[in-house]
Design a protein around this ligand. Structure first.
Ligand code: CUA
Length: 158
């Protein structure tokens, strides 16, 4: 009798665990269905031939998003970055959203850990907090053609 009751308890626990597990899988599956990761939003893919008419890249530039928080919407192309110069106060965090209009470029900020690839058809993201005032040089670090060496931008932190 005693053993039979224990078995019943364990069986109940097993069934409860199974129900919880299925509920978690079901909920996360539903949540993911609501937010397809490949949507044409500002956080996914983009038509590289329509960058100039796709927000926010139709108006590249710096947008203040909060206290000491900025969003830098940038484009990379042979052989420039747009905008080529940005000014922010020291202590600001900048969320970079950058896409390429042609080939694969690089985006690295000299003297920082910022280093990413800029791929046509994709919006690449990175955040960085600029604590130290100064002039930061942005370089393309993926060979992209004859003008690769001159492809750069400037971030001025005051
Ligand atoms: Cu762009 Cu190298």
């Amino acid at each position: 009798m005693q053993i039979h009751r224990l078995e019943k308890i364990w069986l109940s626990i097993g069934i409860a665990m199974l129900i919880i597990f299925l509920a978690i899988v079901g909920i996360s599956g539903f949540a993911m269905g609501m937010n397809p990761p490949t949507s044409d939003s500002a956080h996914g893919r983009i038509d590289p031939t329509k960058v100039d008419t796709t927000p926010p890249f139709d108006k590249p530039g710096l947008i203040q998003a909060g206290d000491n928080l900025y969003e830098a919407n940038m484009t990379a192309y042979l052989f420039s970055f747009d905008p080529g110069e940005m000014e922010i106060p020291a202590g600001s965090t900048v969320m970079f959203n950058i896409t390429s209009k042609d080939v694969v470029h690089g985006f690295s900020i000299v003297g920082t850990t910022v280093n990413m690839m800029v791929t046509p058809g994709e919006i690449n993201h990175l955040s960085y907090k600029f604590d130290k005032p100064g002039e930061y040089l942005v370089l393309c670090n993926e060979y992209c053609g004859t003008g690769h060496e001159v492809m750069q931008a400037r971030i001025i932190v005051k």
